[in-house]
Write a protein that binds this ligand. Structure first.
Ligand code: A3P
Length: 323
């Protein structure tokens, strides 16, 4: 990948160099008691959780959810860093040579908007609105004591499924420009060389806050296994109640089949610019345990060891993994 990374903070999180232009504004961002953060390591079920949270807080306003793309309902706090100007120039040149669908003008126009930090826009949001914010930043890069003010829902997922999903994302978004195969990607990820790794530090930082009254910690696998139970937890967290009919409709709305066809959550607004690869979609398989089709025996053993080693100093346990 042609990006320039910086390792940030005591845990050495991998961020794109361009992150530094807004790092301090994010860290010092003024917060409001009405703010709602949905946080995760990327590809852990963030979008699924965002839609669930948004609908619960907005009293199941499906019409508005369909009308306004999720990218607009939730400013993406560090999203700008994925559209680093230096790498975009290089990608433009590469794509001109290799890609027939690519529209340079549209691509640059779209990515220019996405390369803008969202902190100024968040600061300007009227005080009467609830600010919904998406972030893949770990707790230590967010404002200190953030949970004294805002409500946060954090979602975690089996890292092996996260890695497979990140691998597909790296192919889906041409701006990532990843050229290797899955094994290359696995080796990159487990050495903490992918954006916002180290993965386990990320999850552990949020896990430590799981008992804070303003933190709701969810697992993707729990949503997958028993969606109504997770919906109930989210509703309780925001002080809302759902009757049976509302619950059924919400489960149906959030099912992978419906989600895949939901234009409001699929980032397809980027398709015209040629920034998305053919044959890949943002919402993909939506399965727990799909990693088995990607890991050979050697990688499976490496992953078991990797998970075991990283859980030695914590009581974090993934509900579905036998430890
Ligand atoms: P897969 O690539 O394994 O299918 P994020 O939103 O954090 O980027 O996470 C994306 C992952 O969540 C993708 O995983 C995606 O398919 C999955 N996902 C999104 N919506 C889902 C849903 N309604 N049900 C199950 N999985 C879903």
């Amino acid at each position: 990948m042609p990006a320039t990374y910086v390792r940030l903070g005591p845990k050495g999180y991998m961020v794109f160099k361009s992150y530094m232009k807004d790092a301090a504004n994010i860290y010092n961002m003024p917060l409001r008691p009405t703010d709602v953060f949905v946080a995760s390591y990327q590809r852990s079920g963030t979008t699924w959780t965002q839609e669930l949270v948004w609908l619960i807080v907005n009293d199941l306003d499906y019409e508005k959810a369909a009308e306004i793309p999720i990218t607009q309902r939730y400013p993406f706090l560090e999203g700008f860093m994925f559209f680093d100007e230096d790498i975009l120039q290089q990608i433009c040149e590469d794509m001109t040579k290799t890609d027939e669908n690519y529209d340079r003008e549209k691509f640059l126009e779209t990515t220019k908007v996405m390369a803008k930090p969202v902190t100024p826009m968040l600061a300007a949001a009227p005080l009467t609105t609830t600010r919904f914010i998406k972030t893949h930043l770990p707790m230590s890069l967010l404002p200190p004591n953030i949970l004294d003010t805002v409500k946060m829902v954090y979602v975690a997922r089996d890292p092996r499924d996260v890695i497979v999903s990140c691998y597909h994302l790296a192919r889906f978004l041409k701006t990532t420009n990843f050229r290797g195969d899955f094994k290359d990607f696995w080796n990159l990820f487990r050495r903490d060389l992918f954006s916002l790794t180290p993965y386990f530090e990320h999850v552990k930082e949020a896990w430590e806050k799981r008992d804070d009254p303003n933190m709701l910690f969810l697992f993707y696998e729990d949503l997958s296994k028993d969606l109504p139970a997770s919906i109930r937890r989210v509703a309780d967290f925001f002080g809302k109640q759902l009757n049976e009919e509302q619950m059924n409709r919400l489960c149906d709305h959030l099912s992978i089949e419906n989600f895949k066809n939901n234009k409001s959550v699929n980032f397809e607004e980027l398709r015209d610019s040629g920034a998305l690869a053919n044959g890949e979609t943002f919402i993909r398989k939506g399965k727990a345990g799909g990693w088995r089709a990607y890991f050979d025996d050697e990688m499976t053993q490496q992953a078991e060891r990797w998970i075991e080693d990283n859980l030695l100093d914590t009581d974090l346990r993934f509900p579905h993994i036998r430890h």
